[in-house]
Design a protein around this ligand. Structure first.
Ligand code: PEP
Ligand code: MN
Length: 555
């Protein structure tokens, strides 16, 4: 939890029965939650209200988590429960009412399991962070702060969600912060907007109450989402994530199951050291075009969740294909399309030239340009700005404010950063990703200088091998050429219409060496019924000249 991922925990307020928690677990897992919640010891305002199922509830919670493939979290209310609870839960939750129960904090800190520390009902950020210190001071590192609304004079919501706590905490503290829009608002219909607001404000995740049948819930029914509403929340968060340069965390991550392939290359050479994520253990190595810190490297970090044993920067797109083909890397990543400037044709052509290489995934990245310079240099001293011509063009409104700056086209954005890092001239600046500044030890003078902030690039992930356990596909990419006669393209596309397969993109490219003949690249939504896809492919194949499935994958 933290970094470039948005992790979502979900589940009912309380475990009520084996069936209820199992059903909830499967529902939230399907929509994309990565952690199952469910209270077994409920700190209720009234002693006559449902108090939770205790250890029995924890047993059901653990079983449900195992059935759905999700780790689980539950609230701990008393230190004497630690030794029993630690066999059932993966993450302890310390509730708002216990945030300053210092003896509990010390003992839970000693238990060594990750902790979600909820903010107290009337706790200042400083008091909350000091409570976190109680856990950290016992040597526990995995502490997740959770903003869940504070008590104010306002009565139209159960609590008042203090969204500003997110940037306030981020400024002073390295701990991840998640938001609980359910307890913060107490009202189901307010959960979605506040969840999105929390993500927009920089939250590292959410914890959301979802119940298979909220109307029958034994606690917090009015704020619990129906499973359909949670599905919608996840889709909206997914749509918002790229705007923030983030990715929604998913389980299982497809590359985890890819076996290590022998590369004959020293895996420890070059590239980013990995903190030992599962993909890193599997020896995932990824080639991209550009220098370290290129947008392609940002995209691969998002796709592979930063758990990569080795990254291989390559001078040209073709080198990425060659590295994959030779088995020198497990995967390659390539930009295929930019939302402002259109397709990157070279990569479409290369996909055709390497028939053994398959598309196995895709990643969208928001392109955020930054003005980068030497640490300690100032904006006033800048004389030259280096970047890829696209980078310069996409920041023209900003650059027009500084007519004295000479705009110097460079072969690549991250390369321009490497260049000014080498030159050490305080009059030089570059336009590239914040990651490029980080990699080369330079400073960001100004963030987000692109003229149009709705600038996204879609990358494709390629490999030689098949996933042994691929995730459910939702997209397929095809390429074909058609006979030179009336209606031939129409006939092929009609197959998609007949099978109700939604076409997402159609692109034509000249065939090398055959003037005025074209290959057609088609992206489609992969249908729920895989048979209709197979039948469509057979029918299209029989109507086309060359035909290939470039990949069937999860987008
Ligand atoms: C809960 O998560 O169910 C809960 C009781 O939350 P809080 O401690 O934030 O009130
Ligand atoms: Mn609750």
């Amino acid at each position: 939890i933290g970094g470039l991922r948005i992790a979502v925990a979900a589940g009912p307020c309380a475990v009520e029965s084996r069936e209820q928690i199992t059903e909830a677990a499967l529902q939230v897992r399907k929509s994309g939650a990565v952690l199952l919640r469910g209270g077994a010891y409920k700190p209720r305002t009234s002693p006559y209200a449902f108090q939770g199922l205790g250890e029995e509830g924890l047993r059901y919670l653990k079983e449900a988590g195992e059935a759905a493939g999700l780790p689980v979290t539950s609230e701990i209310v008393a230190a004497e429960h630690i030794s029993m609870m630690k066999d059932y839960v993966d993450v302890f939750q310390i509730g708002a009412r216990n945030m300053q129960n210092f003896e509990l904090l010390k003992r839970v800190g000693d238990a060594g399991k990750p902790v979600i520390l909820k903010r107290g009902l009337a706790a200042t950020v400083e008091e909350w962070l000091m409570a976190a210190e109680y856990l950290l001071s016992r040597g526990l590192e995995q502490v997740i702060l959770c903003e869940r609304g504070i008590r104010t004079f306002e009565t139209s919501t159960r609590n008042t969600l203090d969204l500003s706590a997110i940037p306030v905490v981020k400024k002073v503290c390295h701990l991840p912060i998640i938001v609980d829009p359910s307890h913060a608002t107490g009202l189901r219909e307010k959960v979605l907007p506040m969840a999105l607001a929390a993500v927009a404000a920089g939250a590292d995740g959410l914890i959301v109450e979802v119940h298979p049948n909220p109307d029958k819930a034994l606690s917090d029914g009015p704020q619990s989402l129906y499973p359909d509403q949670f599905e919608k929340l996840m889709r909206d968060v997914e749509a918002l994530a790229p705007v923030l340069g983030k990715e929604v965390a998913r389980i299982p991550f497809p590359v985890y199951s890819v076996p290590r392939i022998s590369t004959g290359v020293d895996d420890t050479a070059g590239g980013a050291p990995s903190p030992g994520g599962r993909a890193a253990e599997a020896g995932i190595s990824v080639a991209f075009q550009g220098e370290r810190g290129a947008y392609s490297e940002m995209a691969l970090k998002l796709y592979f969740h930063e758990d990569i044993a080795r990254v291989e920067p390559c001078p040209a797109f073709q080198d990425v294909f060659e590295m994959v083909l030779k088995g020198a890397v497990t995967f390659g990543i390539l930009p295929l399309e930019n939302s402002l400037t259109g397709s990157i044709h070279e990569n479409y052509d290369l996909l055709l030239q390497y028939p053994d290489i398959k598309i196995v995934g895709e990643q969208k990245l928001r392109i955020e340009h930054n003005l980068i310079g030497l640490p300690g240099a100032s904006l006033d001293g800048i004389r030259k700005v280096f970047s890829h011509p696209q980078g310069l063009a996409q920041c023209s409104v900003f650059l027009d404010r500084y007519p004295a700056w000479e705009r110097v086209p460079f072969y690549d954005t991250a390369g321009s950063v490497a260049h000014i890092a080498r030159e050490k001239n305080p009059g030089f600046a570059a336009i590239a990703s914040a990651g490029a500044a980080r990699v080369h030890g330079l400073s960001v003078f100004k963030e987000g200088i692109e003229t149009n902030p709705r600038n996204y690039t879609r990358f494709t992930v390629i490999t030689l091998q098949e996933y042994p356990d691929p995730p459910e596909p939702d997209k397929a990419s095809l390429v074909f050429s058609v006979p030179d006669k009336a209606g031939s393209l129409f006939m092929i596309l009609r197959v998609l219409a007949d099978k109700s397969i939604n076409m997402k993109k159609l692109e034509s490219r000249p065939i090398l060496g055959k003037p005025w003949e074209y290959m057609f690249y088609v992206d489609v939504e992969y249908p729920a019924d895989s048979r209709s896809f197979t039948e469509a492919v057979e029918a299209m194949q029989s109507l086309s000249e060359d035909f290939r499935v470039l990949g069937v994958y999860r987008s």
